[in-house]
Design a protein around this ligand. Sequence first.
Ligand code: MRU
Length: 409
Amino acid sequence: MVDLGKIPPTIWWEDGTVRMIDQSRLPLVGDLLVCNGYEGVCSAIAGMAVRGAPALGVAAALAVALWSETAGAAITDLRYYLGELDRVADEIAATRPTAVNLMWGAERMKRFARDNADAGLDALRPLVLEEALRVRAEDEERNRALGAHGAALIEPGSRILTHCNAGSLATAYFGTALGVIFTAHAEGKIAQVWVDETRPVLQGARLTAWELRMAGVPFRLICDNMAASIMRSGWVDAVIVGADRIAANGDVANKIGTYGLAVLCKEHGIPFYVAAPSSTVDLTLASGDEIVIEERDPREVTGFTVSGVIEPRTSIETKALDALTEAGPYSLGMTKGHQMELTRKGGAYQFDAWVRIAPPNVEVYNPAFDVTPAAYVTAIITEQGVARAPYGESLAEACCGTGALHELG
Ligand code: MRU
């Protein structure tokens, strides 16, 4: 077992609400978001307060349960309840397009409600909540199993490179790619982790670096464009990444920049591992060409978003901040399109800023993910075992097979 004691849970159910740590501002601001309605969870997904494929699956399931316990609680007709649950689940599933876990979580809740409708509406509602809690608990169990399978592939003294955040924060708990690293670290096998910063949203610099620091795993942060040179120097023994969707033939969609790393691995003879639970495998898609790639706000590329807490040092500063934030969030007037908003939270003052780095009105292309062809993937580590080419067979076995723990394929 690995003790990740200092890493908080990602998303959970408490007092009839869905709660999560707002990842859009981590690590410098760690706000707790409390969602009283499923719409709040939808906004959190769209705004990346919760992100990472497995965590999105859990968020979808909890959001459906939240609807069932709030708006759904007023419904007295079973057929109407089921129809509304389907509609809400579809709305949740449509908040982001690439990570299949999101659709998987929503679909699982729809199917569960239909399959248990015979219980009657009063009995069904608590069952729906129980099912969502089960989705969350199973995710952590899967990650821990996946971590053990992956760690068996890691040689002692390894220097591992990872991209984006496939850590505890990207799941209910423990992580996928980082789950492998945490487990291998507990076994004394990790010399160092190279952390790609992961432009444009910087999940590597903000989240992976934070998690590794909390877990006491030695790491060095690099800009994405440094990976090639580090590999050429012979300083990387393996690359491990997560996945947002894996097609039936083993093509892998993951954070933009992953494909480039896989090509570099082939060139330098470095194993390229993908760590993902079976809920990330989409056997309905023959190849990665069918995966919808999300395009995000151009402002992620033309500037940086930063948040922080202001600590007034004098009573004059406190008075000024109080005056500015008295009536709610205060937007400062700034030139060149930079933006900064001040907010008072309890006794603290927070700033959220977007700082422009490119000239105004530039054309931007901002795909959030890319597809790595299966030919570049050394192995796909799932909770069922390690799948290898030909992936058509090994992934089908991992997702629909006996569940026996062994080398698949
Ligand atoms: O845009 P994000 O932050 O949701 O993207 C996350 C990734 O690409 C992760 O690598 C992937 O979801 C796997 S997380 C275990």
